[in-house]
Design a protein around this ligand. Structure first.
Ligand code: HEC
Length: 101
């Protein structure tokens, strides 16, 4: 555990990370949190958004700025939210703020 995320209930968060119990895409399950936390201001699913689209990324490989390829899983998403600068997605600037605590 890297630390407790207090902005979402722990169960909520686990559910969301796991892609939820339903088969809805990540951004639908997390949509409310997403709006609340203003994630959508950068992760708008459209060209030239400040952040990468998160639609359907779970389980898919993503290229990082250092050329490394990682698969988007729970660990990666958790790290991307708590410590966004640790692995920066290729083609984007490390402007995402941390949502730790
Ligand atoms: C200020 C704009 C901004 C906000 C607000 C923001 N992000 Fe990001 N996010 C980015 C950028 C830019 C990247 C790509 C660079 C990086 O990896 O740090 C990113 C990367 C990510 C990634 C990795 C995606 C990938 O394809 O590699 C995840 C997951 C993520 N953000 C989730 C969130 C969540 C959840 C929130 C709300 C709690 C949020 N972001 C809020 C800008 C933002």
């Amino acid at each position: 555990m890297i630390g407790k995320v207090v902005v979402m209930g722990q169960a909520d968060y686990q559910d969301w990370l796991a892609g939820g119990s339903s088969n809805e895409p990540l951004e639908v399950i997390g949509e409310k949190k997403f709006q609340q936390l203003a994630c959508h201001t950068c992760h708008a699913d459209k060209p030239n958004a400040r952040g990468p689209s998160l639609v359907g990324v779970f389980g898919k490989p993503v290229r990082l700025q250092n050329g490394q390829i990682v698969v988007v899983d729970e660990e990666y998403i958790r790290e991307s939210i708590l410590n966004p600068g640790a692995k920066v997605t290729a083609g984007y600037k490390p402007v995402m703020p941390t949502f730790k605590g």
